[in-house]
Ligand binder design. Structure first.
Ligand SMILES: Nc1ncnc2c1ncn2[C@@H]1O[C@H](COP(=O)(O)OP(=O)(O)OP(=O)(O)O)[C@@H](O)[C@H]1O
Ligand SMILES: [Mg+2]
Length: 222
């Protein structure tokens, strides 16, 4: 389903090149769930951005469902990303001027209008326990609530790949486990690939496959 082959990434900066990833290999199938740990600055977010087609690798190949995303034209790429990939970031990245349901529906605004999406959005919001907050704005929500909105938004188009960059990084322990449970339930239901970056060994160890970024390499842990 998703293959990364010899992915390397070097950022160019005024101070010179910054090599971050070297020959990263990954083979993922639908239903896989994995955690990635690693020190700050080791390239975890960089890798998620590449897997999520937000940023191209310097070299290497990415195959997603038989498609090589970087060979697509920009508009096709955006459409492909939008219908196949869901993102959850540490700081939720909700639109402040939009309500809960409007935020959840943002990924559906590209392409044709589909009333079923509104129904699905309401279902997801309900599953996330947010029906009483459906018309509230992000500033009126707690951190955990905002993160649950971000999860609903990431899932609205039933992505095959769900990428989460420290989704519980800003939450207290109890809320973190709630948010994680929600992610895990949805992932099992949809049989998507779930990749989660976390600094928490307890959270990382809950995942069937565990990886670590170290010295520009991605290693599978026993
Ligand atoms: N646009 C950029 N230009 C130059 N260097 C960059 C750029 N983006 C990231 N880097 C560098 O690449 C390295 C990896 O960054 P990345 O954000 O992937 O780390 P991370 O493992 O996600 O860290 P954290 O746990 O702190 O989120 C860092 O040294 C960072 O400074
Ligand atoms: Mg990061």
């Amino acid at each position: 389903m998703l293959q990364a082959r010899a992915i390397s990434k070097t950022y160019e900066s005024a101070a010179g090149p910054v090599p971050v990833l070297e020959n990263v290999e990954l083979d993922l199938r639908l239903g896989d769930a994995l955690s990635i740990m690693g020190p700050s600055g080791s390239g975890k977010s960089t890798l998620l951005h590449i897997l999520g087609m937000l940023d191209p690798p310097t070299s290497g190949e990415l195959h997603f469902d038989g498609v090589e995303p970087w060979t697509l034209k920009e508009t096709e790429q955006a459409r492909f990303r939008n219908s196949n990939i869901g993102f959850v970031f540490q700081d939720h990245c909700l639109l402040p001027q939009c309500t809960v349901i409007e935020n959840v529906l943002t990924p559906t605004l590209i392409g044709e209008r589909d009333e079923n999406m509104t129904i699905r959005a309401k279902e997801l919001i309900d599953r996330a326990g947010l029906t009483p907050r459906i018309d509230h704005f992000p500033a009126q929500l707690s951190g955990g609530e905002k993160q649950r909105v971000a999860i609903a938004r990431a899932l609205i188009r039933r992505p095959k790949l769900l990428l989460c960059d420290e989704p519980t990084g800003n939450l207290d322990e109890e809320t973190a486990w709630q948010v994680l449970g929600l992610l895990a339930d949805f992932q099992q239901e949809m049989q998507s690939i779930l990749v989660i970056v976390t600094h928490s060994p307890a959270i990382a160890s809950e995942f069937p496959q565990r990886f670590e970024m170290h010295g520009r390499h991605l290693r599978k842990k026993a």
